[in-house]
Design a protein around this ligand. Structure first.
Ligand code: TMP
Length: 416
């Protein structure tokens, strides 16, 4: 990326949670940084890495074997904004309500959000005049959070930040992190710091993609550089016990194609919900720790990528107009793994202002705003933002009305 020297890739050969040797799931090829969207005339980034997710069959934590250094992945250019979709805004409002319930009996609670991004979640705490703090290293996103009234600290959450938060604000009654913990490679340091910052009866709530849902859905494109880890209830139960916490609740949430909301507390502080045991039982009964199940996953992912390529080549030969929808990190993974580029897709539509006008990291596919007169010219759109399918189908209903079809590609290619 501009301004940064190529960083060496980091390599994980032992599970950071339990020390076992993980099982490689599959190689998804040599990939660029998944969100390294480039100006049309910009030199391609020199950062590449083999995308090789692996699963620890002892504790159920999935992790990337190789990954670029975190400062390279989450650079100044990092384009993600929590508030960009209604789906996410609504979801974070529900998460805020869940958090507020947990501190409802506290006289003057302190709520801390790790990875507050543009403040879409913490804004709900600020609006209620509760003591709160949003912490995030992304300068531009944090500036947006501050502008919407959130008290922010523009920094990474690490022991130094933890100590300064403790000194300035005291212990937190609630620490929340939505889609953040999976990004942080030093799990031990992070969880220990969270424990140190939490009151004796405080709650640590975090949400992360569910490895079990990913496996069931064959969503290979959820593995990418930003997701150092993909958690399961099985792994989080182990994680909590390893670092002096207890997993007391675990609820499915629909974000990112299927996530889990975990609630952790100090042992004995809260009574665990039966949902925790049930989630762990379901995961293990359906193959989370079974190497054959992961072989099936790898075969299905390879098959769907090949079918996607064959389908798009066939449609192109027939003269159809084909584009992508959603310049997501997932799109970079799927395009690179399936060997797709400008030959198959004219452009990728995306509503994010920061992405429009740039090109995809793989083969420089232009990213365009989905103006109706543009989208409706297409016969087929490949859905790369499949986690927002219901919202996008509503936004683009005219595309369907005009005879357009969506293409999805998990497990098998589906044109509908
Ligand atoms: P994400 O899956 O990484 O959160 O990215 C979703 C992308 O989808 C993001 O770049 C915005 C884009 N998007 C649209 O282009 N149109 C929409 O209606 C929605 C909801 C999202």
């Amino acid at each position: 990326m501009t301004g940064l020297p190529p960083a060496p890739n980091e390599c994980t050969i032992r599970c950071p949670l339990c020390g076992s040797a993980p099982l490689p799931i599959m190689s998804l090829g040599t990939q660029p940084l998944a969100q390294d969207f480039l100006l049309p005339d910009q030199a391609p980034s020199s950062v590449q890495y083999e995308l090789l997710p692996q699963i620890c069959l002892d504790c159920g934590l999935a992790q990337l074997r190789y990954r670029p250094a975190s400062a390279t992945v989450f650079s100044e250019k990092y384009p993600y904004r929590s508030g960009v979709s209604k789906t996410m805004r609504d979801h974070l409002q529900c998460l805020a309500e869940y958090c507020l319930d947990l501190v409802a009996d506290k006289p003057d609670p302190l709520l801390v959000e790790i990875g507050c991004n543009d403040g879409t979640l913490s804004r709900h705490f600020a609006e209620r005049h509760l003591r709160h703090l949003g912490i995030d290293p992304a300068r531009r996103a944090v500036a947006q959070a501050a502008a919407s009234g959130v008290t922010v600290l523009n920094a990474e959450f690490n022991p130094e930040t933890g100590r300064s938060v403790l000194a300035k604000y005291g212990k937190a009654d609630l620490i929340v992190a939505a889609n953040v913990i999976a990004h942080i490679s030093d799990l031990r340091r992070t969880i220990e710091q969270i424990c140190a910052c939490l009151t004796a009866d405080g709650s640590f709530v975090f949400e992360a993609i569910s490895l079990f849902e990913l496996m069931q859905r064959r969503a290979f494109d959820l593995f990418y550089d930003e997701h150092v880890y993909t958690f399961s209830a099985t792994a989080v139960d182990r994680l909590a016990r390893s670092y002096g916490l207890e997993l007391v609740d675990c609820q499915p949430v629909s974000t990112q194609g299927g996530s889990l909301r975990y609630s952790l507390a100090k042992p004995g502080a809260k009574s665990p919900s039966p949902r925790v045991r049930e989630a762990i039982r379901t995961e293990q009964a359906h193959g989370l720790l079974d190497p054959d199940a992961w072989n099936d996953f790898a075969a299905a992912a390879t098959h769907s990528a090949q079918s996607l390529r064959q389908t798009l080549d066939r449609l192109r030969r027939a003269g159809s107009a084909v584009a992508g929808y959603g310049a997501t990190a997932k799109s970079s993974v799927a395009l690179t793994f399936a060997g797709l580029g400008r030959k198959q897709l004219d452009c990728i539509f995306d509503t994010t202002p920061e992405k429009v006008g740039l090109t995809s990291p793989c083969d420089r596919i232009p990213i365009r705003f989905p103006a109706p007169d543009l989208v409706d010219r297409y016969d087929y759109l490949v859905m790369f933002a499949w986690n927002f399918l219901p919202e996008i189908e509503v936004r683009e209903r005219a595309f369907r009305t005009m005879g357009g079809k969506w293409i999805t590609y998990h497990g098998s290619v589906c044109i509908a």
